[in-house]
Design a protein around this ligand. Sequence first.
Ligand code: HDE
Length: 725
Amino acid sequence: MVQSRNGGRGKAKASPTAADKIQQLQSYADEPAQLLTTNQGLQIPDNHNSLKAGLRGPTLLEDFILREKITHFDHERIPERVVHARGAAAHGHFQVYKALSEYTTAQFLNDTEARTPVFVRFSTVAGSRGSADTARDVRGFAVKFYTQEGNYDLVGNNMPVFFIQDAIKFPDLIHAVKPEPHNEIPQAASAHDTFWDFASLMPETTHMLMWAMSDRALPRSFRMMEGFGVHTFRMINGRGESHFVKFHWKPKLGMHGLAWDEAQKIAGKDADFHRRDLWDAIEKGNFPEWELGLQIMSEDKAASLGFDVLDATKLIPEEMVPVVPVGKLVLDRNPDNYFAETEQVAFHPGHLVPGIDFTSDPLLQGRLFSYTDTQLSRLGGPNFHEIPINRGICPVHNFQRDGMHRQTIGRGQVSYEPNSLAAGAEFRVDGGLQGFHSQPDNTVEPPKVRRRSPSFDDHFSQATLFWNSMTPAEKDHIVAAFRFELSKVATVAVRQRMVNNLAHVDARLAKRVAATLGIEPPDPKAAMGQAGFRNVRFELPIEESAALSMAPRPDKAGIQTRKVAILANDGVDVVSLRPVQQALTDAGAECWVLAPRLGAVATSGGRRLEVAATLQAMPSVMFDAVLVAGGRESAEALAKSGDAVHFVLEAYKHCKPVCAIGDGVALLALLGIQAGANRDALGNHPGVVLGEASAEAGVQTAQDFIAAMQLHRHWDRPDIDSIPA
Ligand code: HDE
């Protein structure tokens, strides 16, 4: 007797390929262009009218076609995830560069030929399923590898640390950040009293708060953010030797963030901003990529770091243990059906394969319980592993049986082990398997304790490391974020307590945050008097870590998939525009001609320039850069349009590259961008490119604009608060 997760659909092979998973999923897909039937397969005679007692009479209960349809509709919602409810996902594959046999027996990390199929779900944490993508929040980065040895889930986030150290505080943390229970306000936002009340009373949150108030919480795109396994895991090699490991995902497109004002506006203009971005990129063949990086260390090395690697509020600076790139993840196929795949996928940090193991991190230990448990209520029973997206592509055999929605048909008389009655098809246990629970020090220290280890006591030194590693512009953003969030906290004592804690990260940070909050100056001593406060700092050998900063650096990937708005109106000069537009397109950017109306605008040479969208439908926050085309008539008309003026000013305020050609330059001057105070020490406007109105000048203009776009944002633009947008 063989029970298979494949349900008899396809056999397991030595090295599964992405095609195997696709084939498995497609065997469940419905057939297009068929006659409508009921769920029992009966053809539906009329899908517009229910069965009634006479033309104008009441509907008859016997109309089983109506009842079936309405009943199914009535039950088509399932509970959303209690956290990470809003997400977007894609299929792809993972391939390791070089066998990692020195560290792990995991087959997918040893077979360099294997293209392991993956399904990756990105998410926000706090908002509900219909909330906006660009909320200030942590992002989930969950990867399911369908390996030949079973499914392996790396269920991580886009930040390498977490708010709390012990799983027992997770429900409190989430209750504090979710909408308040009496009025269910606010949606997808931490800027309210209960979150900061909790955070200020739990100093262990401080390091993660620094990340959550940084631009990491406002990714430009899922494709442009890092991922982290967060906890320290173990790898076990063929000799049974154990190493500690931290997992990192490094995006090919570099790391980029949004401005906070921009993120809030996008939430209204296009709540699906990140979801759409991922979908569109894959549809256009711009497949997002990440490198998997590992920080691998012996247990002795881990013990010498000066902090506890089992504490999830700590990261291991890359300067102390380098991140080694070991493989590549590519996402190349959108799901066929959101509910069937993205909503029903069930991740679990305990879905491991031999050669990868967990540690005693008390946050991870709690997660090992939570994820299966939550699927029971979310997916309605213990058979969620049989849902197509959750099925492995290797065989599954065991004697678990029955339960809600069971699909596997277990054959024969026997559903227990050992047995002698299964007539040659009994399931065996392979005693030779290495990996789980085989690590050398898998012992527990008596006695049982309900206490935190003193090695978890330092809550501030890494928060200070993070702060010290930021550029001045990044520091400004963090200060502004704390001010924004705490200004929405009605309870003065909470605001005060929070800045008192921040004084233990950095005195200037706390002072700057406090300055706009109508409270007393920060008092570090007051924080020390609080329950839960530990006045302990472990020494770190470094004061800053460059890898923590998102400071703009020219991307290796150039400006691929960046969106450029070209503002034009009747009279636009396409002779000077074309070479710039062509160079941008050649460099992989997407150019959109925007005008006040759809259709086309008339060029100065009497031709037509097709318009991609209106300025109103695609506002500046949808773009990475702006180009004001030349042509006197066009520039003058744009200058008279409030929408166009606002568009340029807003892009400028959000520190985006701005380019103007020919008469378009006059528009910038009119807006004060050229003449105004926003010049840097060298008298330049960072990220502003002015091009002459000729085809010959186009090459230089394009080069300068592309260089400005490679930096993505010019956060160092001076006096940006003075811009009225
Ligand atoms: Fe989760 N988390 N979590 N979490 N988590 C869930 O599982 C939980 C934590 C993460 O796209 C839930 O299936 C506890 C850290 C992601 O489907 C739930 C604790 C990290 C996702 C759950 C944590 C994560 C979840 C809700 C503290 C980064 C979305 C729905 C002990 C390493 C996965 C579900 C997806 C989802 C519990 C902390 C990442 C309730 C108890 C730390 C990416 O089981």
